[in-house]
Design a protein around this ligand. Structure first.
Ligand code: PMP
Length: 425
């Protein structure tokens, strides 16, 4: 790539796909925001360990000890990657969705949760299921400063009691970067806690929990160049220690005694094991830790700079196509990670995405990206306006409320962006 350094090797980089027009082309994966291809290096690490795994935390054999050590070392690697404070806990979960649901299940009684309507559903919805919590959904801000000011006002007006703010680091729709440090300062000014949904930020930027001064961070391994199945919730131990275990079962208990009258006396762990009942996903945790190591060694700043070069090319190319409208909440020039959504005049976004795949071998995503309220705001939909054509609740003639998302990262060669722009023109 002239001017842009080589991508990191990822799985699937040489896969050929058939085109409707005949022939084949190398697949261009431009849907990193949904799931990034695993780094070859992560795959190699997992393959090197896989023949030797054994049961963790319970077995006495050599391979069980090896697995237990690797699982616990993986936790330490993730803690270092996130700049965790000394008494922070790193809980291995299935995904960001799982991590945020775990935190929602651990809220102290009567917690007031504040969340912007622009969040991914995984950050928008779990709090509503928490018994005894109140949720305030703040309207979409149009600048980062407005976001901070709106949170300040909302927290100022809130009654005494435990409060939690949940905010994304980077939008999965627009890629725009949110003012996390400032939002955290506002939260703490009012005695609230804050959890950062770093699903889209962590794959593109260093996330330092202590430096951002957030209370928890959640992310997914499959967006951070590890395979599917493992995620992380890292942060303050107190709410987690005091909460009911997320899953009841083996591993989360210190002792289970035979109580009087056929009952049971259960004593739960207060350590991280409290929320990791059942046999854990050791290979998943190991893969996440391997990805953290690989990104650190490649240099997150260097990767971010490379990604910004690709993003500049993409934005400049799209700006030359008059039918394209790039979606943004904070304005055309706002800071973004390698995620961008747009609509094309005269095209239904689903048809456009299908044509990119069938005619050019390019994989993007279309739809409302599990952030329906945000996409409706970006497309100026009226409240209550029906959904996307083709959606189960859509009536004939409904406006298509959908967009096309292109997203990329450390494994993306410049050729994919060039091919995407040529196809879009
Ligand atoms: N938050 C954001 C910002 C996301 O982009 C996603 C995934 N699209 C999630 C949360 C949920 O992640 P997962 O599907 O891995 O649970």
């Amino acid at each position: 790539d002239a001017g842009i350094c080589a991508p990191l090797p990822v799985l699937g980089r040489d896969v050929s796909v058939p085109l409707v027009t005949g022939g084949e082309v190398t697949y261009a994966a431009l849907d990193y925001a949904a799931s990034a291809p695993a780094l070859q290096r992560v795959w190699d690490d997992v393959a090197a360990y896989a023949p030797y795994y054994g049961s963790v935390h319970r077995g006495a054999g050599y391979l069980s000890q090896l697995s237990t050590d690797l699982f616990e070392q993986s936790r330490e690697t993730v803690a270092r990657f996130l700049g965790c404070r000394e008494d922070d806990q790193v809980v291995f979960t299935r995904s960001t969705t799982d991590s945020l649901n775990l935190l929602a299940a651990a809220l102290p009684s009567g917690t007031h949760v504040f969340v912007f309507e622009t969040e991914h559903h995984a950050a928008l919805l779990p709090w509503r299921r928490a018994a005894d919590a109140t949720v305030s959904c703040l309207p979409a801000p149009r600048t980062p400063e407005q976001a901070v000011a709106a949170l300040d006002v909302a927290l100022h007006a809130a009654a005494k009691g435990p409060k939690l703010v949940c905010v994304t680091g980077a939008s999965n729709v627009t890629g725009e970067i949110w003012p996390v440090r400032e939002l955290a300062a506002a939260a703490h000014r009012h005695g609230a806690r804050i959890v950062l949904d770093a699903a889209q930020l962590a794959p593109h930027h260093a996330v330092d929990i202590a430096e951002l001064d957030v209370d928890w961070v959640a992310f997914s391994g499959h967006k951070l160049y590890a395979p599917f199945g493992a995620g992380v919730l890292a942060g303050r131990a107190d709410w987690l220690r005091e909460a009911e275990p997320y899953l009841a079962g083996g591993g989360a208990t210190r002792t289970v005694g035979r109580g009087a009258h056929g009952g049971l006396d259960v004593e739960w762990h207060t350590s991280v094991a409290r929320h990791e009942a059942g046999s854990p996903n050791v290979i998943g945790a190991y893969a996440v830790a391997s990805a953290c190591r690989a990104l650190t060694e490649a240099g997150l700043d260097r990767l971010a700079e490379r990604e910004q070069q690709l993003l500049r090319r993409l934005r400049e190319g799209l700006a030359e196509i008059p039918q394209v409208r790039v979606l943004s909440l904070f304005g055309e020039d706002s800071a973004r990670v390698g995620v961008l959504s747009f609509v094309v005049d005269g095209w239904n976004s689903s048809h456009f995405a299908a044509a990119l795949s069938a005619e050019h071998g390019i994989g993007v995503r279309d739809g409302l990206f599990c952030a329906h309220p945000l996409v409706r705001v970006l497309l100026d939909a009226e409240p209550g306006e029906p959904g996307e054509c083709g959606a189960p609740d859509a009536a004939p003639g409904d406006r298509a409320l959908n967009a096309i998302r292109v997203s990329f990262g450390a494994g993306t060669p410049e050729e994919h962006v060039t091919r995407f722009l040529a196809a879009t023109r």
